[in-house]
Design a protein around this ligand. Structure first.
Ligand code: ZN
Length: 140
């Protein structure tokens, strides 16, 4: 995992457990900082209400209230949930300088954040659908 391999997280899982529990794509993205192809993720167009949770540790990371259509091909949010749910580190892979976004609880790679999002934050959290699980709100 780039940039954060020396850190201890509150929630940790064995490699064998993750390989068994996650799909190969989910594993590649969250553990090896992979990226799903644009417009292929299940949550790219999703407008359902609910909470987006970490696919690895089930921590709530984003809400549908901050999701917006960025046109990028990946689910995009203008801010994460309150309480330092995600952490960011500089990512210099692929000859670019980007800011990597990881789950603060388990270190799973989620995506990147870019400074071209809408107000009020001006940030675009560009996430991989495969790193998230939408927990729908009760329809009551
Ligand atoms: Zn997590």
């Amino acid at each position: 995992m780039s940039g954060s391999s020396d850190k201890t997280y509150a929630k940790s899982f064995s490699d064998s457990e993750l390989r068994e529990r996650l799909t190969p794509e989910q594993y590649e993205i969250t553990q090896n900082a992979g990226t799903e192809r644009a417009f292929t993720g299940v949550y790219n167009d999703t407008k359902d209400s609910g909470t987006y949770k970490c696919i690895v540790c089930d921590e709530a990371l984003f809400t549908s209230d901050t999701k917006y259509d960025s046109g990028s091909g990946w689910p995009s949010f203008w801010k994460p949930m309150e309480g330092d749910k995600v952490e960011t580190t500089e990512d210099r892979s692929y000859g670019m300088v980007r800011t990597e976004v990881n789950c603060s609880s388990c270190g799973a790679h989620l995506g990147h954040v870019f400074p071209d999002g809408p107000q009020p934050s001006g940030e675009r959290y560009c996430m991989n659908s495969a790193a998230l699980r939408l927990d729908p709100e009760d329809a009551s």
